[in-house]
Design a protein around this ligand. Structure first.
Ligand code: ADP
Ligand code: MG
Length: 385
């Protein structure tokens, strides 16, 4: 892999907030970023050095991106894997199409994780209505999830009976799905690793994540609940997955922690993201090198940075709902309150339309302990409503 000196162009597929934070990190190392995205504006487009307005499958657009950028990455996990393969013949692409193809399909993802000797939630692959019969009783109540293109809890239906499962499968348009057993989660954790093309790898501390309505609400790092044993097992699993795919780039693996019948804690892989992850946003403020800077370093063939966390941190997501008062009317949140907080860092993504459930920004609160940071984060969240 060739090294790209600062001043060179890096290419990015996707113009969302992950791309925005990537642009900022790459630019602070002196790189220029060109974003390919089908929309006219977006969080990354407004900070990128250039924008190629193009569909992800359009050869002319991809050609333009590859002609400009010595290395290309993605911030959008549903970018067609074939576009990454196409780009790989013309530029340095990380992560590669094969890894993205696995991560963007729950069926392939579960099969790959299982092939690495790592457990996933009990589930059944549903390709046709005939796959749903008496055989699924042990998975009910469960969640039917579309195999592709789901995010933030979208493309999922909670089902308690076979009839409900069949109805949900119909409603999703009979696309391939997985039916997953509804688990009684003790807690959820994630591990982010950054792996360079020479196979060297660094990892971030285990984060503990609280989701509300299928959307990440809070990440606490290091995880308050994860035992040493669980943390070590999660890290080993994430490393094995990254090596197993010969992964190049930043990878997040999300886990469920459940208690089994014997009362022992069991670690199951939920899913993975072939890119920086929402549960790693705290790394901008709390680590020597952020997850976004690692992505830029890997693309440019530079040494990986230290992932060392210098302060415990709690990240809270700011969804569009924060911009609404009790009557659902628009109101500007009390930013002055947040900005006066000595250990809080506000990040807004520049999105104009504060729709309910839409990720608009996040706040990272640092503390001497995670408990301190959590107390302050809760106070801020309460004030913002
Ligand atoms: P997405 O791709 O939208 O992030 P996930 O499959 O990660 O979808 O589900 C989002 C969240 O919903 C999870 O982080 C977890 O809190 C909850 N969830 C998903 N699957 C299960 C399950 N089988 N049992 C219990 N909770 C689940
Ligand atoms: Mg998820």
């Amino acid at each position: 892999m060739k090294t790209l000196a600062p001043g060179s162009w890096l290419g990015l597929l996707g113009g969302g907030q992950l791309g925005r934070m990537f642009c900022m990190a790459a630019q602070s190392l002196g790189y220029k970023v060109v974003v390919l995205d089908p929309a006219h504006d977006g969080p990354a487009i407004s900070v990128a050095d250039d924008h190629v307005l193009s569909d992800y499958l359009e050869p002319l657009g991809l050609e333009k991106l590859a002609a400009r950028a010595g290395a290309v990455t993605t911030e959008f996990e549903n970018v067609p894997a074939q576009s990454l393969d196409w780009l790989a013949d013309r530029s340095q692409v990380s992560p590669r199409g094969n890894a993205v193809a696995i991560a963007q399909d729950r069926i392939a993802e579960k099969a790959f994780v299982t092939s690495q000797g790592i457990e996933v939630a009990p589930h059944l692959v549903v390709r046709t209505a005939d796959d749903l019969g008496e055989n699924v009783a042990h998975l009910l109540p469960g969640i039917l999830k579309v195999a592709r293109l789901g995010y933030d809890g979208k493309g999922q239906a909670r089902v308690s009976t076979l009839a409900e499962a069949k109805a949900a499968f119909d409603q999703f348009g009979k696309v391939p799905c997985v039916l997953e057993k509804m688990l009684d989660l003790a807690y959820e954790v994630s591990v982010i690793v950054a792996r360079a093309s020479d196979g060297s790898m660094v990892h971030y501390p285990v984060a503990e994540n609280i989701h509300r309505g299928g959307i990440l609400a809070i990440s606490m790092v290091p995880s308050p609940q994860a035992t040493q044993d669980i943390a070590a097992r999660a890290l080993t699993a994430a490393q094995r997955i990254a090596h197993g795919m010969n992964y190049v780039g930043v990878l997040c693996v999300e886990f469920f922690v459940v208690k089994n019948a014997a009362g022992e804690l069991q670690l199951l892989v939920n899913e993975m993201a072939p890119r920086p992850h929402n549960s790693g946003h705290y790394s901008i403020d709390a680590c020597v090198t952020s997850q976004f800077e690692q992505q830029a370093r890997i693309m440019a063939g530079l040494p990986l940075g230290s992932p060392r966390q210098h302060h415990p941190a709690v990240m809270i997501n700011l969804l569009g709902d924060v911009w609404k008062d009790e009557q659902g009317r628009f109101r500007e949140p009390d930013w002055a309150y947040v900005l006066r907080e000595p250990n809080a860092k506000l990040h807004l993504y520049g999105k104009a339309d504060a729709r309910s459930g839409r990720k608009m920004g996040h706040i990272t609160v640092l503390g001497n302990t995670v408990a301190d940071a959590l107390t302050a984060a809760k106070r801020i969240a309460e004030r913002l409503g």
